[in-house]
Design a protein around this ligand. Sequence first.
Ligand code: ADP
Ligand code: DP6
Ligand code: CO
Length: 354
Amino acid sequence: MSEIHRASTTAPVNIAVIKYWGKRDPKLNLPTNSSLSVTLSQADLRTHTTASCSSSYPSSDSLLLNGSPQDVSGARTQACFRELRALRKKIEEQDGSLPRLSEMPLKIVSENNFPTAAGLASSAAGFAALVRAIANLYELPASPTELSRIARQGSGSACRSLFGGYVGWDQGSAADGSDSMAFEVAPAEHWPNMRAVILVVSAAKKGVSSTAGMQTTVATSSLFAARASETVPKRMQEMQKAIKEKDFETFAKVTMMDSNSFHATCLDTYPPIFYLNDVSRAAIKVVESINVAAGKIIAAYTFDAGPNAVVYYLEEKEKEVAGLFKAALGDKEGWSGKRGDAIQANSEGLEKAK
Ligand code: ADP
Ligand code: DP6
Ligand code: CO
């Protein structure tokens, strides 16, 4: 029996405040606009992934997700495997004494501790963990920036989960995607009192995957072009400034408006895509009433491609925001498995997690 080589890692979820929606190159996962997110603490939502390889494994690569075998023949997973193998091969060629891991079949075993494919960024944490686990297994000297470029090819949003804190993804302009990767806007410690409460409206798999949904939007929505070329570039500047200055009201307003703009392009898609439902809209109303009661913006909702709400607020407003939210919606039908916990912005970043 030959040796089994193994490495594990965990990766955090990131929730965008300026949304990525649309690809200019679906093969390389190159976006039509830049985006920006907050990485959440791995103490709450995380993917745990173990990568192993051995010459004794059956000849094809495999991926087990939450106990179910997945198809790894798709171009996205293949691109990640291929790029990581190529980097390993390079160091094997430089040092002949290293085991030839690049030639062995890979076995990936991954678990999400939160709903998969429900609009809570499972593909982001999932592909960030997959790439990092294999990079650890191969003992690659790759930086988070380099790994973010590889993770992007698995799922666009995954590139942002390679960093902690406040993270941008530069859309880039190169045809080969070499300049389309994540960058740090600010570390979590810069604005450490940021909190998020996540309300799981439904843990069910979404009807339209992010990949399919954004393709249809690009092809059919007339609102989309203005969003990508005018609205988002302006908001990227505003948002980075708001984060640098710790200006919560601007951060919150831009977050809510960008979520609304993204869901408007979904409705403007043909056939229309409805990610929000009545409970999501009730959550928007609760946030609005919290802000009216406070006399200023102290809470911001945002929704990814699914009905589940993420509400950002500052720790000192815990009672007014998370408390009220739970009181207003806690017992209402439709809130299955809600998470009322305050989730901190992740201060570690994936690079330190092993
Ligand atoms: P989400 O809103 O959860 O990101 P997506 O439609 O973007 O939903 O992506 C869901 C898909 O991401 C899953 O069907 C699966 O193919 C992939 N995925 C999710 N978690 C993992 C994981 N831990 N490892 C590998 N792939 C994953
Ligand atoms: C609404 O990264 O899941 O969450 O690149 O096709 O895998 P693929 O899509 P994905 O899209 C995420 C869309 C979003 C917004 C965001 O996270 O920026
Ligand atoms: Co996703």
